[in-house]
Every structure is written in C-alpha cells, then in structure tokens.
Design a protein around this ligand. Structure first.
Ligand code: FE2
Ligand code: FE2
Length: 361
C-alpha cells in the first residue's frame, strides 16, 4: 500500500472511530439552532410544522451523539446545480477585465453535462440561477442567455429555475428569456421538483443595488409555506440574508434579514440559496443553512484590505446535494487548471480498498 493510501486509510479509520464515538441516534429538528456552526453542511432534513421541539423519544441521548447522525452517506434524493452572477453581456461586449461570461457559462454547462450527479447519477434535478443573469438587463442579453441555456437544459432533461438579481430587469427577463408578458412586478414563484419545492423570491429593488422584501412578498411567502412539501423547501433569492466578507456586498445587502428569518422559522425550509456577493460563503439564518454560491463572473477577494475591491478570475458553480436527512453544498471551480486526472477505472479498485478498510459500503 502506498503512503497516500495508508494516509487515506488512516483518515478513514479516524472518521470511523469518531462515528462510533458519536453514535447514530436521530437528530431532533430544533437542535439545528444549537449547532449553527455546522448547519450549512448537515441539516436535519425536511420538517413538518409543529415538529420544532426537542423531543425525548430516544431517552435523552447526549446532544453530540444526536447531531452527528445527520451526516448521511446514502445517495441524494435531489441534486441542484446552482449558477449565479453570470453578468452575461451581448455578443461583442465584454465585462471589465475582459471576462467572457458566455464562454464561462458554456464551460459550466459542459462540466455539468459530463457529471454523474443526482439520484443514481441520472443528472441534476434542476439548474438554479440565483440572479444577476445579465450585466445590463438588456433584451439582447436575455436572448443570448436563452440561446445558451435552453438547449443545454433540454439535453440534461433538467428544469431551469430563475431568480432576478439587481443587474436584471424584471420585464425584459420575462419577455426575452421566458417569452412572457413584460410585467415589472416582483419575480416571485414556486417550482416543484417532485416532492421538493423551490420557492423563488425577488429581493431586488429596481434602480438600486441593495435588496429588500416588501411586506406583500413576505405575506405571500408565509402563505406558500403554510403547507409543507414532502421533501421540504429550498428558498432561492439573490441577496443573501447574511453579513459578507466583501465590504461592497455588505453595503448593498438585504435589509431587514430578520423579517425573512421570522417568515421561514418553523417551516419546512431546509436551505436558503443566494448569490450577489461574488464570494462563496455559508452561514445560518435563525439556524437554517444559507449558502451563497460563488459567481461565474469575477470573484471578490474576501481578504483584500479595508474597502479595497480586488477581483479574481475564479469562476465556480455550486452543487447542492439533498439527502433524506441532510444536505451538502459543494463549490466547484470552472475552467481551473487540471493538475491530475486519474481515470475512474483506475481509481475504483483503490476506492474499494479504502471502503473495505473503513468498513463502509
Ligand atoms: Fe453579481
Ligand atoms: Fe447582485
């Protein structure tokens, strides 16, 4: 066995020991609020109204044992591919820095097409776009976006879920991307993916860069969430209800995030998906995981000093795996340099040896 394999087996043994130490008792939903730090990587899964209490059905297992049980190794029930902050421009235009976001979008969709994700590796359950689809909100930008995304989604057999961002124009989006009447009303809607529900909220304020939700939108959200979905709900909006490592993003954040938190507390919302900040980050809102996907356009350097705005060429998409009793969000670089590419048929026997050593399927 090579040194690398020995190290991997050693790591696997450590994980197994930790699993045995922490046990396999079931997590109670309300415990998510007591363990915010890890909530973005494992939630207790779909919940029903009225279940938010710390139960004692399991005879009072220690808290640490119950929290670790939600880390699942079974296959996902749904896999969402999140693409955000494309800032697509019309043909012949380019973003500052010369970023060709149409080419990056093509690369991203190509990568998704080659991936065996989703239940049984059958492909993604949906492509979820969380806003700033275009740079200027112009008709020709939406038509270009449609020409790129529509055939790719058809080949994947994956529905497309769209969210408006502050660079978008509601009326132009509806008319030129969806072929609908050009209404300027908030682009709020619900998409069902089998048992899973995606609720899309329009957090944009026309003419401004910051985000806000009107009282009518929050009332609409509460009405939608009054009935839980069998596999729970993912809430998508452009402006994340979180602080940001980017001073620019923090200056154009969602105002009054606590109102959104109050609207989803105690509902079946399992995850909030957002974009806007151009920095991949995870946090929680009232204990519910919030994932801000990394952008396809320029990434903001989260360690730049002071108010410095330093942008990086580090495009990514996010892969959101939803399990029966948990979830996993993964940021995947696009167009990055490949430093190793070991074929699956060569890796499989090595992985089998590691699984055997770890005692896992
Ligand atoms: Fe953006
Ligand atoms: Fe934005």
């Amino acid at each position: 066995m090579s040194v690398a394999e020995q190290e991997a087996v050693g790591a696997a043994r450590f994980d197994l020991a930790a699993g045995e130490l922490l046990g396999k008792a079931r997590v109670q939903p309300a415990l998510r609020q007591q363990f915010d730090g890890g909530a973005a990587l494992h939630d207790p899964g779909p919940r029903l109204h009225g279940e938010d209490h710390v139960g004692a059905e399991d005879g009072g297992e220690p808290l640490r044992r119950r929290t670790m049980e939600s880390v699942t190794i079974s296959g996902p029930t749904h896999t969402l591919i999140q693409l955000t902050d494309l800032h697509l421009v019309a043909e012949g235009d380019s973003l500052p820095g010369g970023v060709d976001t149409a080419a990056l979008l093509g690369r991203a969709l190509q990568a998704v097409a080659g991936a065996a994700v989703g239940p049984d590796g059958a492909g993604p359950s949906a492509l979820v776009f969380t806003g700033d689809l275009t740079e200027h909100g112009r008709p020709e930008e939406y038509r270009r976006l449609r020409a790129i995304v529509e055939p790719a989604a058809e080949r994947l057999g994956a529905p497309v879920v769209l969210t408006a961002g502050n660079h978008d124009d509601r009326a132009a989006l509806r008319q030129h991307l969806l072929g609908e009447p050009p209404s300027p009303e908030p682009f709020d809607h619900v998409v069902r993916l089998g048992a899973l529900r995606i609720v899309v909220l329009d957090s944009t304020v026309p003419g401004y860069a910051h985000g806000a939700l009107r009282p009518g939108q929050l009332a609409w959200l509460r009405a939608q969430l009054a009935e839980p979905a069998p596999a729970g709900t993912v809430l998508a909006l452009h402006h994340p209800p979180l602080p940001s490592a980017s001073p620019l993003a923090a200056s154009i954040r969602l105002v009054h995030p606590e109102e959104l938190g109050a609207a989803i507390l105690g509902t079946d919302v399992r995850l909030v998906l957002a974009g806007h900040t151009h920095v991949a980050s995870a946090g929680t809102l009232g204990g519910i995981p919030v994932w801000t996907g990394g952008p396809l356009a320029t990434t903001v350097d989260g360690l730049a000093p002071g108010a410095t705005l330093r942008t990086l060429g580090a495009p990514s998409v996010s892969r959101i795996d939803l399990f029966t009793d948990g979830l996993l969000t993964t940021s995947v670089p696009i167009a990055a340099e490949v430093v190793a590419d070991v074929p699956g048929e060569e890796m499989e026997p090595r992985l089998a040896a590691l699984r055997e050593a770890a005692g896992v399927d």
